[in-house]
Design a protein. Sequence first.
Length: 81
Amino acid sequence: MGQSYNIEICLGSSCFSRGNREVVQVLREYLRKNHLDDKVVLRGARCMDRCSEGPFIIINGKTFTSIGVQDIEKILEKELL
Ligand code: FES
């Protein structure tokens, strides 16, 4: 079995309303297009009390802050492929 990845995306109200609402859609679409659905465990997280750094996402324990739809594909290419 190949490598698997854990992605946690903050869906707390601050991160969600400031961009993660769109990021989660782009993320799902990216995983589907690249046939990564079964290699990635995607979890929505509650507010982690780090709203001022958000919106953020954690990929295999590595945190990416202030992300937006414009950043997500680049991050996924680097971290997953
Ligand atoms: S809403 Fe994401 S850290 Fe608070």
